[in-house]
Design a protein. Sequence first.
Length: 94
Amino acid sequence: MDTSASHRPPATRLQGGLLRFFVLVVLLSVPFWLFGGRPLPGAPLNLPVSALSAVVPLIAALIVTYQEDGRQGATRLLRRIVDHKRIERKTSYL
């Protein structure tokens, strides 16, 4: 029996994906917790290393999406992130 992500019911895929997402966010954040107070070499304004942790959720989402839907899914996710036409109330970003 094939138990790949694409053959599981949507609710099971969502629950498994969310769990993997949160676990990945925690695991990818550990280095920033350990080295977070040190200044980032060559960065403007003496930013700490922990400033890079802002991209951790995006990286985790890309990893989980790639595992579940492959390259097409990851590409779709990146396109949705930068699709300004989907934003209904653009004034909220001002």
